[in-house]
Design a protein around this ligand. Structure first.
Ligand SMILES: *[C@@H]1O[C@H](CO)[C@@H](O)[C@H](O)[C@H]1NC(C)=O
Ligand SMILES: *[C@@H]1O[C@H](CO)[C@@H](O)[C@H](O)[C@H]1NC(C)=O
Ligand SMILES: *[C@@H]1O[C@H](CO)[C@@H](O)[C@H](O)[C@H]1NC(C)=O
Ligand SMILES: *[C@@H]1O[C@H](CO)[C@@H](O)[C@H](O)[C@H]1NC(C)=O
Ligand SMILES: *[C@@H]1O[C@H](CO)[C@@H](O)[C@H](O)[C@H]1NC(C)=O
Length: 511
C-alpha cells in the first residue's frame, strides 16, 4: 500500500470528478485522450537506427567499484535522456552491501534504495518494490513492512529478521517524481501510470546493463495497493522494451514474475465487494446494520449495470466518473462512519486517516527520514531535503484528475501470463479497501488461455510451520492467495508468512 492512500485516492478521485464536472470540464477531454496509449514509441523511434557496440560503453561491472561518499553516475547511449547516480551507503542492514541513489530523467530525479541479498547476492533473484498511493513512498514498505530494518519507534532502525532480502536482492523506489525524496527541478509532474512506466523501464534496463553481475538474473516486480495498477503496466513496458534491447544488441531483462499485494487492479470488482466485506461474513462478522445492508444491496445492481455500460463496455470519461462516484458514495459512506480502519477491519482507525492512514507508527519513519544527517548520509539531493512526507497528496490528486484508477489492468495481467511472466496476487484477509473478495472476483473473471484451469481449482489451505496461513488457488503460472488475518500491509502484520509466501513463489514451488 502505499499506505494507502487508496482510501484517499478513492476519496480524491470522487472529489475531483465532481469538481471537474463543475468547474474544469475541459480537463476530461484532454485526460481521456491521454488514455489511448500512444504506445511508448517515442524512445523507440528516436533511437531506431543505432546499434550500441560494446566499445562505446564501459559497464561498471560490479557495485564494489562505487564510492561511499560520492555518487558515481552511469548511463547508456541507448538511453540518452537517462542517468543513474548511485553510491554505497552503509545503513539499515550491517550484514550486506547497500546502495542509494537517483535515476535522473533530464531534470526529473527518482530516489531508490538497493540492498543485496543476505544469502547469495551473486546468484539470488532481484526484486523491485513500489508502494502505492499514488503518492505513497516506498520507504513505507522498506521501514515498516519488508525491508532489512524497521523504524517503528523513536529509537531508529532495528534489524528485521524476516526481510525480503533474506534471499533476494531488492530495490525500493520512490516513484513517480514528487514522491518521497524524488523530485523535479522545474516542478514537472507525472499523472498517469503509463508515463511513470517509461522511467521505470529505462531505469531497470540501465541498471542491468551497467551491473554485469546482475545481468540475466530473474527479476520480480512487487508492490501493493495502487501497485495493482502500476505493476502490470511497468512489467508490460519492461517486457516490450526487451525486443528493442535485443534489436540494439543489449541484454533483455529476465522478467520472471509480478507480485501484487492487496492490489487495486480493477475498481469495478472492488466497489461491489465493499458490500460483501461489510454485510456478509467474508472475513469477519458484518459491521453494518441490517437496515444499512438492505439499503445498500438495492443499489448494487444499479451500480454494476451503470459501470458496465459507461466504464467497461465502452469508456465515456464523464459518465464513468459519474457512475463510480455514485457507487463510491453509496457503498463507501456507511463504512467511513463506523470509524474502522479501512486497511484492517479488525481494528478501529487510530490516529486519523488523513495524517497517518490509521497507522500512527508511520510518524516514526517520517521523523527518521526528516533528519538532515540521515538525508545527507543516504544522499538526498538538497532540493529534496526538509521534512519528509510518506505520502504526497498532490501526486495523488494529479492521478485522480486523469482518472488513472478507472483503467483496470486485468488485460495486462492476462497478457503477461500468456507471455510466460508468472503473476502472484496475494491479499490480507482483513483489508477492506483492496479486499480479497474483489481481487478473487477479477482473478476468476479474467479471460486468458489458462482461465478454465484456474477457475476449476477450489481454494485450498496453505500453511506455514503446519499452521493455517490462508487459502490459495493456482494454475498455469497464476496464483491467488489470501493471507489469513493480515490487513492491507501484509508483511507488517504477518512477517513470517509473507516471507515464506514470496520465497516459495520465487522458487517456483506451490504455496
Ligand atoms: C532467467 O531466470 C530464470 C529463473 O527464473 C533462469 O532459469 C533463466 O536461466 C534465466 N534466463 C536467462 C536468459 O538468464
Ligand atoms: C463468521 O465466520 C466465523 C469464522 O468462519 C465464524 O466463527 C462466525 O460464527 C461467523 N459468523 C456468522 C454470523 O456466521
Ligand atoms: C485531519 O482531520 C482532522 C479532523 O477532521 C483535522 O482537524 C485536521 O486538520 C486534518 N489534518 C490535515 C493535515 O488535513
Ligand atoms: C518540519 O517539522 C517541524 C516539526 O515537526 C516543524 O516545526 C517545521 O516547521 C517543519 N518544517 C517545514 C519546512 O515544514
Ligand atoms: C477440472 O477438474 C477436474 C477434476 O479435478 C478435471 O478432471 C478436469 O480436467 C479439470 N478441467 C480443467 C479445464 O482443468
Amino acid at each position: 500500500m502505499g499506505v494507502t492512500q487508496v482510501a484517499q485516492i478513492l476519496a480524491l478521485a470522487l472529489a475531483s470528478s465532481v469538481l471537474a464536472r463543475g468547474g474544469h470540464s475541459s480537463s476530461f477531454g484532454s485526460s481521456s485522450e491521454r488514455f489511448f496509449p500512444q504506445f511508448e514509441t517515442e524512445r523507440f523511434v528516436m533511437n531506431k537506427p543505432a546499434q550500441y557496440d560494446r566499445g562505446m560503453f564501459t559497464p561498471l561491472e560490479t557495485l564494489d567499484a562505487l564510492s561511499h561518499s560520492e555518487y558515481t553516475t552511469f548511463g547508456h547511449p541507448a538511453f540518452p535522456k537517462y542517468n543513474v547516480r548511485t553510491k554505497k551507503t552503509k545503513f539499515c542492514d550491517g550484514t550486506v552491501n547497500s546502495y542509494t541513489g537517483y535515476i535522473d530523467v533530464e531534470a526529473r530525479h527518482l530516489f531508490f534504495y538497493f540492498f543485496e541479498s543476505r544469502s547469495d547476492p551473486a546468484k539470488d533473484d532481484v526484486i523491485f518494490w513500489t508502494n502505492g498511493g499514488p503518492g505513497g513512498s516506498s520507504s513505507i514498505g522498506l521501514f515498516m513492512e519488508l525491508g532489512p530494518c524497521k523504524v517503528l519507534d523513536e529509537k531508529g532502525p532495528t534489524f528485521h529478521e524476516h526481510s525480503w532480502n533474506s534471499n533476494a536482492n531488492i530495490f525500493f523506489i520512490d516513484q513517480p517524481i514528487g514522491v518521497g525524496f524524488s523530485y523535479a527541478e522545474y516542478g514537472e509532474s507525472v499523472a498517469t501510470t503509463e508515463e511513470a512506466a517509461k522511467d521505470i523501464a529505462a531505469f531497470v534496463a540501465i541498471f542491468f546493463e551497467n551491473f554485469e553481475q546482475f545481468k540475466g538474473r530473474a527479476f520480480h516486480m512487487a508492490g501493493e495497493s495502487y501497485g495493482g495498477r502500476y505493476l502490470p503496466l511497468f512489467a508490460a513496458e519492461i517486457y516490450d522494451q526487451n525486443a528493442w534491447l535485443i534489436q540494439n544488441g543489449l541484454t533483455p531483462v529476465n522478467l520472471s514474475s509480478v507480485m501484487i499485494g492487496n492490489g487495486m487492479s480493477d475498481i469495478y470488482s472492488m466497489l461491489p465487494a465493499y458490500y460483501v466485506m461489510q454485510c456478509e461474513n467474508a472475513s469477519l462478522d458484518p459491521i453494518l446494520s441490517v437496515a444499512e445492508c438492505v439499503a445498500m444491496k438495492k443499489l448494487i445492481p444499479r451500480c454494476t449495470r451503470w459501470m458496465k455500460a459507461e466504464c467497461i463496455d465502452h469508456f465515456d470519461a464523464i459518465n464513468c466518473a459519474a457512475a463510480t462516484s455514485f457507487c463510491q458514495t453509496s457503498i463507501e459512506s456507511p463504512f467511513w462512519k463506523t470509524g474502522k480502519n479501512p486497511y484492517d477491519m479488525s481494528s478501529d482507525c487510530e490516529g486519523g486517516l488523513n495524517e497517518t492512514f490509521c497507522y500512527p507508527v508511520i510518524s516514526h519513519l517520517s521523523r527518521y527520514l526528516s533528519k538532515l544527517d540521515v538525508q545527507k548520509h543516504i544522499g538526498v539531493d538538497p532540493p529534496a531535503r526538509g521534512n519528509f512526507s510518506a505520502a504526497n497528496m498532490d501526486v495523488s490528486a494529479a492521478f485522480a484528475l486523469t482518472l488513472d484508477i478507472l483503467y483496470p489492468t486485468v488485460d495486462h495481467i492476462g497478457a503477461l501470463l500468456e507471455h510466460g511472466v508468472r503473476v502472484l496476487v496475494y491479499v490480507g484477509s482483513y483489508d477492506w479497501i483492496c479486499n480479497w473478495v474483489g481481487n478473487e472476483q477479477w482473478t476468476l473473471a479474467m479471460e486468458w488461455s489458462g482461465q478454465a484451469a484456474f477457475v476449476n481449482q477450489t481454494l485450498r489451505d496453505w500453511t506455514v510451520d503446519g499452521k493455517f496461513a490462508g487459502r490459495t488457488r493456482s494454475a498455469k503460472g497464476f496464483t491467488f492467495a489470501t493471507v489469513h488475518a493480515a490487513g492491507h500491509m501484509v508483511p507488517y502484520d504477518k512477517p513470517v508468512e509473507s516471507l515464506k509466501l514470496i520465497q516459495r513463489w520465487m522458487a517456483g514451488e506451490a504455496l
